[in-house]
Design a protein around this ligand. Structure first.
Ligand SMILES: [Zn+2]
Ligand SMILES: [Zn+2]
Length: 219
């Protein structure tokens, strides 16, 4: 609820600034036609994926982790509600993307709306705890350039890999994809029964102890 309040306040403030004439981008984009509307949506999603990957890697730095990202990783076995489970600082950092984008790139308001619907849908699916993405016959993801639920679940399990949001390419370019990603995906995607991605909380790794050097309670 707090993250929703922060995202809404940032959104409303941005909208008010545009109405007051301080943010001309949306009205400029209104004159650029449908082709630009479609292109700006695609560009906005690709840019947000890069923004998320690099800010996410930055807040995994032990000097920033406690201030920005600890609350999100309290979900070792995520549910859809983990999608917006953020510290105030992380919510502010992520909510800042839209005003930064609108300052730099003329984009119509309805496109911002489509972007936000896509953002929350992908974010919630990624934390749902069930794999919904289709697999090929060999068990690999059908759309291998997209992150799957398994992809982000492994991030919550280890906090050392799979930092991407929508696309797998940044993790592959930077060598941060989890080495067991394909095997884990194949196991859940080819199972005849719906299975949760984690085999219960006993498999979850305590983030504070495993990654950041505090004493671990035995699991
Ligand atoms: Zn997450
Ligand atoms: Zn993280």
């Amino acid at each position: 609820m707090r993250s929703i309040a922060i995202f809404s306040t940032v959104g409303l403030t941005t909208f008010a600034l545009a109405r007051l004439g301080y943010l001309p981008g949306p009205s400029v984009a209104d004159r650029w036609g449908t082709g630009w509307a479609v292109a700006s949506l695609i560009l906005m999603i690709v840019a947000h994926d890069a923004y998320f990957y690099w800010t996410h890697r930055a807040i995994h730095d032990p000097r920033l982790f406690r201030l920005f990202h600890l609350r999100h990783h309290r979900s070792h076995n995520p549910s859809p509600f983990s999608a917006y489970s953020f510290d105030i600082t992380e919510a502010g950092l992520q909510a800042a993307f839209v005003p930064i984008w609108l300052l730099l790139v003329p984009t119509q308001w309805p496109i911002v709306g489509f972007f936000m619907v896509h953002q929350i849908a992908r974010n919630t699916i990624g934390h749902s705890g069930y794999e919904v993405f289709p697999a090929r016959r060999d068990g690999r993801p059908m759309f291998d350039f997209l992150t799957t639920t398994t992809h982000h679940d492994l991030h919550h399990a280890t906090a050392r890999s799979n930092y991407g949001l929508y696309f797998t390419w940044w993790d592959r370019w930077m060598g941060t994809e989890h080495p067991d990603y394909y095997a884990r995906f194949a196991r859940v995607a080819r199972s005849p029964d719906p299975v949760t991605l984690m085999d219960g909380p006993a498999q979850a790794v305590p983030i504070e102890s495993e990654t950041y050097g505090r004493d671990a309670a035995p699991q």
